[in-house]
Ligand binder design. Structure first.
Ligand SMILES: *Cc1c(COP(=O)(O)O)cnc(C)c1O
Length: 459
């Protein structure tokens, strides 16, 4: 026979799982000495990543988990573009500026062609920048009046953690108006107890993370108008539109929450949430140039000109920005409207179906806020808590958040399901079947908790 087998195979044709590294654990605490083949390492890493949840079934997140193939292509083309380097990559810088103006216009800035704004890593960085601008403006005003400027505070409803970070990192007192009774967001009637001459701004959230509702920015603005008429205090508003900034303009065009309200000085939103861009991009836009204090801005040379920059980061990938612009051009207003409306309809349908199962009280039914739904467990002996249900749904890969409400409502535990681009009605119908199966399972095999009642108390 011409064929000759030996024990020692040519490494080029060896099966990946036969190689020595496949028969050990991967190094975890020190850099290995030797190089390895890229295919081997990539495969072993992909295997490890299987331990992560499946992002598409993660209904706890607001972030994009599905992208068109063209976005993958563009991200690849942009992998080496550093958005901070305006001189080397002037076209990426130009595209970033176009996105800012498009958003300024979408949010009804009176000076959308000339106003300022920038991309960020997400809404968290955008919130820091919006907060800093308000702090600087407040301080300048206080100093001009010869008044002390050492005790700034910021007033908000149940905000996302980034605002707590802003307050702590930049030495601003956080005054979070707590939820009471059956409140699901900031109650504007309570504002006057919280704001004073040291308030740098009020931050309503368009799409509260806990309850998914839009805080009533227009009413909040009116309350601050009344306060100004009584006391002379002129307190600005920054809207945290992390999610709602890409929902309301398309599906609630009549809702006044943006620069149509003169008191709104700046707005942030997450491109990587309902902006439909890949992870890693947020936006902050000021109503006009005057609202961004000049000494926060650094000027960099750019195509023989000068480009103002305001950011906490330096180097950052340009791909997300390009993908954001792609979505703007590819989808247009109608495309965004279609996607967001279909997410809302899916959320409403699922909410209605879940209400029919029996044990659940709808808390938010997907109407009037973000494309999402939430529910609590009715009083009764159902054999499970919402935490048990989250765990059991995880067996089929679904990730659904259960958590207590913030403020003075921590006795209420809810379960929240986010519907986003790429979460189809068919997928959601499968989820519904799984949810019913879980409820039946717990009927047959009730969970026992020491001292458990129908609601589970956190911590
Ligand atoms: C998600 C979110 C944030 C933080 O945004 P990132 O883009 O994740 O940094 C801030 N505020 C609200 C209301 C959010 O939903």
């Amino acid at each position: 026979m011409g064929l000759h087998f030996t024990n020692k195979q040519d490494p080029e044709i060896e099966d990946i799982y036969e190689e020595a590294l496949s028969q050990t654990q991967l190094p975890k605490y020190s850099l290995p000495q030797q190089s390895q083949s890229p295919e081997l390492i990539a495969q072993l890493l992909k295997d490890e990543l299987l331990m992560d949840g499946n992002a598409r079934q993660n209904l706890a997140t607001f972030c994009s988990t599905w992208m068109e193939p063209s976005v993958h292509d563009l991200m690849d083309v942009c992998i080496d573009k550093n958005m901070i380097d305006k001189d080397e990559y002037p076209q990426t810088a130009e595209i970033e500026a176009r996105c800012v103006h498009i958003l300024a216009k979408l949010w009804n800035s009176p000076e959308s062609d000339t106003t300022v704004g920038c991309s960020t890593t997400g809404s968290s960085e955008a919130a820091m920048l919006g907060g800093l601008a308000m702090k600087w403006n407040w301080r300048a005003k206080r100093e001009a009046q010869g008044k002390p400027a050492d005790k700034p505070n910021i007033v908000c409803g149940p905000v996302q953690i980034c605002w707590h970070k802003f307050a702590r990192y930049f030495d601003v007192e956080m005054r979070e108006i707590p939820l009471d009774g059956d409140e699901v967001c900031m109650n504007p009637d309570k504002l006057s107890e919280y704001v004073d001459e040291n308030t740098i701004g009020v931050v309503p959230t368009l799409g509260v993370t806990y309850t998914c509702v839009f805080e009533p920015v227009e009413t909040i603005s009116k309350k601050l108008d009344e306060l100004q008429a009584e006391t002379g205090l002129d307190i600005p508003i920054h809207v945290d539109g992390a999610s709602g900034g890409f929902i309301a303009p398309f599906v609630n065009p009549e809702l006044k929450w943006d620069f149509r309200l003169p008191r709104v000085v700046s707005i942030n939103s997450s491109g990587h949430k309902y902006g439909l861009a890949p992870l890693g991009v947020g936006w902050v836009v000021w109503r006009d140039k005057e609202h961004l204090p000049e000494d926060l801005v650094f000027n960099v040379d750019y195509l023989g000109g000068n480009m103002p920059t305001f950011a906490l980061n330096f180097s950052r990938p340009g791909g997300q920005i390009v993908a954001q612009y792609y979505n703007f051009l590819r989808l247009g207003f109608d495309g965004y409207k279609g996607i967001q409306s279909s997410c809302l309809q899916t959320a409403q349908w699922l909410a209605d179906e879940i209400a029919k199962i029996g044990p659940f009280d709808l808390f938010y039914d997907g109407r009037g806020g973000l494309p999402a739904l939430s529910y609590s467990l009715k009083e009764g002996d159902w054999g499970f808590t919402l935490y048990d249900l989250s765990d059991r749904m995880r067996m089929r890969g679904w990730q659904i958040a259960s958590y207590p409400l913030p403020g003075n409502r921590q006795d209420t535990v809810i379960q929240r399901i986010m519907i986003r681009h790429g979460v189809s009605k068919d997928m959601v119908a499968l989820l519904l079947e799984d949810l019913k199966r879980c409820v039946d399972y717990f009927k047959q095999f009730p969970q026992v908790h020491s001292g458990a009642t129908s609601t589970f108390h956190h911590g």
